[in-house]
Design a protein around this ligand. Structure first.
Ligand code: UD1
Ligand code: UDP
Length: 377
């Protein structure tokens, strides 16, 4: 590699969170001398992906456009694998970069492996230890780890997980999480929303809850429990308002509207673009979520988070005290939320700005490590 002039790096992603977390890396690659940045999106998500591409001004070189409403995991896997094989054959990159744990991530790494192309895994080494939770993400991330040549681990704990699985220490680089790079670019304490309803809400005198929920393993009874608990909280506490930017998955929308539709002080709105969403996190009182990325962003903003899952592969913020695992049972979610609303001491204990996930320079470290990797082979 030492004599080669230009390093071709192909970044592959497909969903909203991958796009948010890869955007800072792609922008840095675009600005790096001696690197040709190529972007391929599977578009496993469509509208929610495009929102992020527009915000960060990224024009993909390849767009596989695979999203179909209510798509199955098999469909995503097959269509993405076929499309990616063609893109990798055509572009012949030195390295493929994938991010995190989605089906696009695993398939991107697999397609690169089949073409004997190096794989760099951004956000490597997170583990819950339960292959069915998060499902299928825990398995996607582990399998991607098996296929990767370079592992960009956000934290020391993530590095330890990889070492336990026999990954060479010199192939792991602790970088912080690129989500903090993205978050720092969009937070503005004087932010005004374009959506009027978000400007009208009284964030000072009311206790505003931000709710998100989309995980596959929560579809069905767990989601019914979550939404019923939220409904009871709103009925019991007259100063509570809920904002729920709802995922476009029709299965989520059906359950949510059945339980929370037409409920006073519950605002169900379409998914927000990243900039308003991040600034909304910055304004609300508490966050209830089963999202991975939000568990990383909210602690940096000092917002208490109740995680609507039975475990997490992101324990660092729970160790720091800003995040609690609330589970998926109605009583527990109700009890912990009510406590945060009515017990000031408990609220203040959790509302500490901590940032176990990085300093906003993860992308820089990733690109430096990629250069070093190719200088040494
Ligand atoms: C996917 C990822 C999950 C990630 C989540 C982030 C997998 C298996 N799952 O889950 O890890 O946490 O994205 O949000 O990779 N839809 C639209 N428009 C969009 C996006 C989704 O209409 O822009 C609808 C479609 O009907 C689609 C459905 O949502 O079929 C589900 O999308 P899918 O990518 O299959 O799974 P997610 O639950 O979004
Ligand atoms: N997000 C957003 N708009 C929304 C909801 C979430 O921009 O309406 C952002 C959020 O800040 C985080 C990411 O999307 O960066 C998380 O995506 P999601 O919850 O869909 O996926 P996960 O992180 O669980 O994989």
């Amino acid at each position: 590699m030492k004599n080669s002039n230009v390093l071709k790096i192909l970044s592959i992603f497909g969903t909203r969170p991958e796009a948010i977390k890869m955007a800072p890396v792609v922008k840095k690659l675009e600005d790096s001398q001696g690197i040709q940045s190529i972007v391929c999106v599977t578009a496993q998500h469509r509208e929610m992906l495009d929102q992020v591409l527009n915000l960060f001004n990224i024009s993909p070189d390849y767009d596989l456009n695979i999203m179909k409403s209510g798509q199955t995991l098999n469909e995503i896997t097959c269509r993405a694998l076929k499309g990616l094989q063609e893109v990798i054959k055509e572009t012949k990159p030195h390295m493929v970069l994938v991010h995190g744990d989605t089906t696009t991530t695993f398939v991107g790494a697999l397609a690169a492996f089949y073409e004997k192309v190096n794989v760099g895994h951004v956000e490597a080494g997170l583990r819950s230890g339960n292959i069915y939770s998060p499902y299928p993400e825990e398995m996607n991330r582990s399998l991607t780890g098996k296929l990767a040549n370079l592992h960009f681990a956000p934290t020391k704990g993530n590095e330890s997980n990889l070492l336990k699985e026999g990954i060479d220490e010199d192939k792991i680089i602790i970088t912080g999480n690129t989500v903090i790079d993205a978050l720092f670019k969009v937070i503005d304490n004087d932010y005004r929303f374009e959506i009027d309803i978000l400007n009208k809400i009284d964030y000072v005198n009311n206790k505003v809850i931000l709710l998100t929920s989309h995980r596959r393993e929560n579809l069905g009874k767990p989601m019914e429990n979550i939404f019923s608990a939220v409904k009871e909280i709103v009925i019991k506490n007259e100063d509570v308002e809920v904002i729920f930017p709802i995922h476009l998955n029709p299965k989520v929308r059906e359950i949510a509207f059945k339980i929370l539709g037409n409920t006073d002080r519950v605002h169900i709105i379409d998914p927000l673009e990243y900039e308003p969403f991040a600034n909304l996190m910055n304004k609300v009182h508490i966050i209830l979520t089963d999202s991975g990325g939000i568990q990383e962003e909210a602690p940096a903003l000092g917002k208490p988070v109740l995680v609507l899952r039975i475990e997490t592969e992101r324990p660092e913020a729970a160790w720091a005290g800003t995040v609690k695992i609330a589970g998926i049972e109605k009583e527990n979610i109700f009890r912990l939320t009510d406590e945060l609303i009515n017990n000031k001491e408990e609220y203040d204990r959790m509302a500490n700005a901590v940032n176990p996930y990085g300093d906003g320079k993860a992308s820089e470290r990733i690109i430096k490590a990629i250069r070093e990797y190719f200088n040494n082979i």
